[in-house]
Design a protein around this ligand. Structure first.
Ligand code: MG
Ligand code: ZN
Length: 223
């Protein structure tokens, strides 16, 4: 075994241990966490904004924002009055459990029902890092193309929900939706598959229902 592989394995082992500690911490506080993963620009922040606006009377959402450099997304969330902690990865292309664990210190967990973690926009390495989340969401937007599940299978294989976002753009883009759906189903028959447009509101109810079911798994969730 090369030295390099050995070091990588050690990093992953430490990450998994901290992720497990986060999981215990969140379980003790009875807060499920959703890890949002996607390429940059697929609409993660808009999905969070929509959830905060629509669920504010019933679900208290706290947000951890991962960003390589700016605080722009955190500012958008703060503008809605939701508790948010910014993690600046200083150019780093994914979140790691130790960063999330530290960010949790800055949130009042007793005042939350749900934690949403916006990962750094990247379809590759965020998948490898357990953040102690309860559910994983993979988001893909129409302009990115239907071939992304085939090209980045691990993200879609490990997701609990796959969100096809910006569906209002379908008439303008060459996006083969049956092929996309077939590829997602081939990789992950059990994931929820949602079609959403935050711009027109189409499918937003499905996203809200999915989040409500994460918060209250035993409740009957209707529309
Ligand atoms: Mg964002
Ligand atoms: Zn990375």
């Amino acid at each position: 075994m090369t030295m390099e592989i050995h070091v990588v394995q050690k990093v992953m082992k430490v990450n998994d241990e901290i992720a497990q500690a986060i999981r215990s911490r969140l379980e003790a506080a009875r807060i499920p966490a959703v890890n949002l993963m996607s390429a940059p620009g697929s609409g993660k922040t808009s999905l969070i904004e929509t959830a905060i606006r629509s669920l504010r009377d019933t679900v208290r959402i706290g947000v951890i924002e991962g960003d390589p450099d700016t605080t722009r997304d955190a500012e958008r969330i703060a503008a809605l009055g939701a508790p948010v902690v910014q993690i600046n990865t200083a150019g780093g292309c994914h979140l790691e459990a130790n960063l999330v664990n530290r960010a949790l210190d800055d949130l009042d967990l007793d005042a939350l029902d749900l934690l949403v973690i916006e990962n750094v926009g990247n379809l590759v390495c965020p998948v490898e890092f357990d953040l102690g989340e309860t559910r994983r969401a993979a988001i893909i937007s129409i302009p990115e193309g239907h071939d992304k599940p085939a090209k980045y299978p691990k993200l879609f294989r490990t997701a609990d929900v796959v969100i096809l976002n910006k569906i209002d753009l379908l008439p303008y883009v060459d996006f083969d939706e049956p092929r996309f759906t077939g590829d997602v189903r081939g990789l992950n028959p059990d994931a929820s598959l949602l079609r959403v447009s935050c711009r027109t509101g189409e499918g937003v109810l499905g996203w809200l229902d999915w989040l409500r079911a994460v918060v209250q798994p035993t409740a009957q969730v209707g529309r």
